[in-house]
Design a binder for this molecule. Structure first.
Ligand SMILES: N[C@@H](CCC(=O)N[C@@H](CS)C(=O)NCC(=O)O)C(=O)O
Length: 210
């Protein structure tokens, strides 16, 4: 039994999307952020950070979107979304997944939760720094895809492309959206054309950035 604790349009989107892409039977447990359900004592027992996603697989709790994505890709090898262990492709796969999780995600966190870096008094500075970090990161990914694409690992799609698409989406209302880089726009179009993307959009009730 697999249960995804999620909230629409958040970091749980990539997990939801992959569960659909991989054809994994699952249940959804929706958290209402407007009611702060992600901070309820009950939810904090399984995810002490009070964030989504949380995936519960046969009773085992797994948190951190990138970790869940890596685990799902390994667990369903028929989809070939993870290169073989100890190969050069696997090294690149780790590199880019960690880049998404360690460089882009914290910068987005600072953009969307700008009081966290240095309090209410420093929101503008926090947002400006986050914006610069996000744009610099996308410039680097765009350069890489332009030279080595169409996917992050070249000709073959991998789980990182799903993570990357979710993160590109997060910039859609920012001063410089990721899709304004032509190489990233082309990547996004490929990913959006997947039936699983349309399906996760339908299931989460999303309509923008199509
Ligand atoms: N590193 C975590 C970050 C998750 C995260 O920040 N999720 C946000 C939504 S995008 C969240 O749940 N925010 C609610 C809150 O902080 O109260 C992961 O990748 O799973």
């Amino acid at each position: 039994m697999i249960t995804l604790h999620y909230s629409p349009s958040t970091a749980s989107l990539v997990v939801h999307w992959l569960l659909i892409e991989l054809g994994v039977p699952h249940e959804l447990a929706k958290l209402d952020f407007d009611r702060n359900e992600q901070k309820s004592p009950e939810y904090l027992k399984i995810n002490p950070a009070g964030v989504v996603p949380t995936l519960v697989v046969d009773g085992q709790v797994i948190t951190e979107s990138a970790a869940i994505v890596l685990h799902l890709a390994d667990s369903y090898p028929a989809a070939a979304l993870a290169p073989a262990i100890a190969t050069p492709a696997r090294a690149s796969y780790y590199q880019w997944m960690f880049f998404m999780a360690n460089t882009l995600q914290p910068a987005y966190r600072a953009w969307f939760y700008p009081t966290e870096p240095a309090g209410e008094a420093n929101i503008d500075v926090a947002k400006e720094q986050a914006r610069q970090r996000i744009e610099a990161a996308w410039a680097r990914v765009a350069q890489h895809i332009e030279a080595n694409g169409p996917y992050i690992l070249g000709e073959k799609i991998s789980a990182v492309d799903f993570m990357m698409t979710m993160l590109m989406r997060w910039s859609r209302n920012m001063p410089r959206p990721a899709h304004s880089w032509p190489a990233l726009q082309a990547h996004a179009q490929r990913m959006k054309a997947r039936p699983s993307f349309k399906e996760v959009y339908a299931r989460e009730g999303l309509t923008d950035w199509t």
